[in-house]
Ligand binder design. Sequence first.
Ligand code: SAH
Length: 259
Amino acid sequence: MGQSYVRKIIIPLFASALMFGMLMMIHRSILVPKAHAENQEEAGFLLLRKRMVKDQISHPPGYREPVQDEEVLAAMRTVPRHLFVRKQDISRAYGDYPLPIGYGQTISQPYIVALMTEILDVSPDDKVLEVGTGSGYQAAILSHLVRQVYTVEIVRALGEQAEKRLRRPEYRNVQVKVADGYYGWKEQAPFDRIIVTAATTLVPPPLLKQLRPGGKMCIPVGGQYTVQSLTLIEKSEKGKITMRKMLPVRFVPFTRSMR
Ligand code: SAH
């Protein structure tokens, strides 16, 4: 009785306790610190985003018009901008400047992204076209604010990279296409809003056509070496076009050649 008691109860009990202890040790030494470190890192990035919004966007230096739209500011605090820049630039992702994304292109300065989004004046039900996907960051911001985002990029490698980045549940209302955005996205037109993030000397007529009556377009107008003006275009319910220059900006040029 004594021996079988030891064999049937004490040994299995001891073995299970040992196993449990070992599992807990593995859990503590591998899993817990990793999750902890990731949470710490996320908390750090969130802090950087909150600081970016306050210092650069909602309470910027005096020469800048503050962006006040609370929903735009909330989207800027939410989207992890560091996932839209190159690995070597992660530490500068929340700085007050544009950054290179390869192929001679850039991800716009956070303030400009926020300002353009505010000027665009979107509603939750809107269908928006973006021309110039680049990193996908502007599209990610818009995805939090509108029903559907269609974005077109002319540089194949950038379009494909952005499409991969945006393959997350929170961005499922974003569709990326590699094409010349001069022609807009005819199958999905008309659009409530159109945002162009490369500078054109002339507003592409197909984009004006694909803007619905009552719609708005935000587009930098100007040449590569001349002053560019961030311009708000409005189409009245009757189809009349008006243009208003908002502020001088500096964007990469709108091109017409697929790469
Ligand atoms: N919105 C981007 C910034 C992009 S920079 C972001 O959030 O990161 C401008 C982009 O416009 C570049 O990637 C450039 O390749 C693209 N572009 C230039 N001309 C274009 C055209 N005709 N059609 C589509 N994209 C164009």
